[in-house]
Design a protein around this ligand. Sequence first.
Ligand code: ADP
Ligand code: MG
Length: 384
Amino acid sequence: KLYEAEERNRILHNTIQDLKGKVRVFVRIRPSWADAQRTAVKSDTDLHMECRGCGLSMSHCTLIDPHPSAASGTQHVFKFDRVFGPVDSQETVFEEVALFVQSALHGYNTCVIAYGQTGAGKTFTMHGGRGKEAGIVRRAAQKIVETAQVMKATGQFYNLSFALSHDDVGPTGWEYSFTCNYVEIYNEQVRDLLASGAPKVNMRIIGSEVLTKDFHEKTFSSVDEVDLIVSSAEKQRSVAATNMNETSSRSHSVFILKLQGVHVETKTKLNGCLYLCDLAGSERIAKSGATGDRLKEAQNINKSLSTLTDVLRQLHEKADHIRYRDSKLTILLQPCFTCSGKSLMIVNVAPEPENERETLNSLKFAAKVCETELGKTIRNIIKY
Ligand code: ADP
Ligand code: MG
């Protein structure tokens, strides 16, 4: 039994190693507004109908756009690491994200990025609502705090449901302390949401290191503390937003959880970071007519999102040189783009017919950076 457990840990460890520098892509289709009015419990058949309704047919990892392209007459078939449909709950989504989050405790720099047009469900996915509706930020904080408690009590490194039983390991373990930063990037300027008045801050780069020391830092040791930090930061954000004309859909917000672990006996240190990003809307802002501030804003969003695309594609292609310095967003996320980093992008799409063009743009974007094989490996291991 012990051998089996060790063998599983070994496979998992190798898989985590394999994930280094890799990009995984999930797609999430939110319920359509018409469906949201319906209260009936949804079955698999309903799910199928809903996806037909939004013009896409979906399975676990595939989305098919049934409308042949006018130019080539071919259907688009997209493959992703995972596709979530309108009935998939916040919990279901988080189950697939959890391993990723946990690896930050093992000293990796990881990011989870919500991408998509305005109204597609990015903020719902990242922040969500109360109770069952809680999004990735709250669930990730909870997972981190809980896992750290087990690692302290047992010394166990890979705390997964199938890991070694508590008797198999020594009595001492890992002790963690947690801090966080919360920033917003608007018009290529970084604002610190944890400092009062959300002032502009500098991000200095020294050598290959991005210094976030100028960012206000808060410590936390429970999920409730994270809730308080996030809600007070959101207030800062909305204060700044009214001065800047409802910027929330046009700015990126990045919540950074920093996890410092020390092994009680060996004094081995681990530093991991988890970056949780709610991006600006990816919709093309009409170029004609936009002038002055609006034009600059649109150009900056396009620039940061296209730099992000380039970087993710370069990572996918294992390029020698990753051009992350072209935007503030990618500079900030740079630790996740190195060999000890991992990235997960959740592409949110809106199912209404009027969103079809933006949906196709999002899916094409995502398909460019997608890595499918590894997602399958992880799922198989988890099932095993
Ligand atoms: P975005 O941040 O991409 O602009 P939001 O997250 O604000 O979009 O989503 C728009 C609306 O749709 C919100 O009212 C949100 O609560 C709702 N919504 C989004 N995704 C879901 C979902 N999976 N289930 C239920 N409601 C959702
Ligand atoms: Mg939003």
